[in-house]
Design a protein around this ligand. Structure first.
Ligand code: SF4
Ligand code: SF4
Length: 402
């Protein structure tokens, strides 16, 4: 039995040539070509090479052809194929990232939006291309101080890795302010990395830029080694995945929590503080990474149910069958590309389902989703019917105060 670190190292060092050297890679050999993966893929109809075909090409020695196709730019790393494969093949985790690396290296033209996001991430440590010095600017809008470790390196109980959208994007900052208020209300001793933090890199890896991911991982792990803390917390669903499955290869071995699981584990302490009634009918969207990949289906729902006045309703697709928002695996930076191919944005498909339930709030638990769904709500003309809120925003609102 491999340790978490050994398993992460094996995964990190894996290449297509060494695919069959680890059990997760050897599983590819058990494919029965049933097509469940292609059928369940939200963009399967636009893929010349869905997972089933990729495996067939690999077996037939024709995989080079796949490397020269843009097919996997349409893969938003939603884990749907992997969760439905009857042979338990680790498609999204193992096979597809390896193929994407080769595809990415052979792309004749990287879509401009994606290219800019990756260059920004390399140069500035965030896809928005904003200064690392401004990474913690959002804390100034709070009415209580937040400890920033480079300024005050004393040990902390919780190191909160804020991540990029939640540091820089205006709606992502709302998420961070909400998390800060909740941690503050619970009396948690926490601190952030401020300008020493860089993107966790998972979306870059999942679009095929493994080298960029390696650079970011090495830098982030080096920074973490400087500080002492008991728990590592992040609101980033993709960051959570990176730290859980790939950072251990470089010595990351801290107890890890997503904000949703962290707060759900403290629900008894939180409940008495949720004094304000919110009166919303809420449809919860399961994020792919938290739900299908890690099985956190009940934690966000338990948090929502704890808010006075909130009633939950399920969309047609929920839990393991949830529909992707389209932002994972680099999809966040491929909307223009998808539009040019005549593909419907997955966020719009999802908002249509949410509207059908009659809910007035679409609740999410991954920071990429807020802006994606808000944009879809606006484009589809539902602004008077529905708002998008992160679970932590609703919790912070229920605390009372501003
Ligand atoms: S679902 Fe699994 S077994 Fe079926 S074709 Fe896809 S990879 Fe093969
Ligand atoms: S991870 Fe999702 S988008 Fe990618 S191939 Fe599988 S089902 Fe399709």
């Amino acid at each position: 039995m491999l340790t978490a670190q050994e398993a992460a190292k094996a995964l990190s060092d894996l290449t297509l040539d060494s695919l069959y050297e680890i059990p997760e890679g050897r599983q590819v050999l058990s494919c029965i070509q049933c097509g469940m993966c292609a059928g369940t893929c939200p963009y399967g109809e636009f893929m010349e090479y869905p997972p089933r075909r990729i495996i067939a090409m690999l077996r037939d020695g024709l995989i080079e052809e796949v490397f020269h196709s843009e097919s996997l730019l349409n893969c938003v790393a939603c884990y749907a194929c992997m969760s439905k494969c009857p042979r338990g093949i680790h498609l999204t985790e193992v096979l597809l990232p390896l193929i994407k690396q080769e595809m990415f290296a052979n792309l004749s033209e990287v879509p401009a939006e994606l290219q800019a996001a990756l260059q920004n991430t390399l140069r500035y440590g965030n896809p928005q291309g904003l200064s690392p010095r401004k990474r913690a600017d959002w804390v100034k809008s709070l009415d209580f101080p937040i400890r920033i470790l480079p300024d005050d390196p004393r040990p902390a109980d919780v190191l909160w890795f804020v991540e990029c959208y939640t540091s820089y994007h205006p709606r992502g900052q709302d998420n961070s302010r909400a998390v800060a208020k909740l941690l503050h209300a619970l009396g948690v001793d926490f601190a952030i990395l401020g300008n020493e933090e860089r993107c966790a890199g998972e979306c870059a890896r999942l679009v095929g830029e493994a080298g960029l991911f390696d650079t970011l991982r090495e830098r982030n792990v080096g920074v973490l080694r400087k500080y002492q803390f008991k728990t590592f917390l992040t609101a980033g669903a993709h960051a959570y995945d990176a730290f859980k499955y790939l950072y251990p290869a470089y010595g990351f071995d801290y107890p890890l929590e997503h904000t949703t699981t962290f707060l759900a584990g403290r629900l008894e302490a939180l409940k008495p503080r949720l004094a304000r009634k919110l009166n919303h009918l809420v449809a919860f969207h399961d994020p792919c990474c938290l739900g299908r990949h890690n099985g956190f289906y009940e934690e966000p729902r338990a948090l929502l149910r704890a808010i006075p006045g909130i009633k939950l309703v399920e969309m047609d697709h929920h839990h393991i069958n949830s529909l992707c928002c389209g932002g994972g695996g680099g999809g966040m930076w491929l909307d223009t590309y998808y539009k040019s191919k005549g593909m419907e944005r997955l966020s719009e498909r999802r908002v249509r389902e949410a509207i059908k339930t009659g809910a007035d709030v679409l609740a999410v638990a991954c920071p990429l989703e807020v802006s994606r769904f808000e944009d879809a709500v606006k484009v589809m003309g539902y602004e008077n019917k529905m708002v998008v809120r992160d679970v932590v925003e609703l919790l912070a609102e229920a605390l009372g105060g501003d």
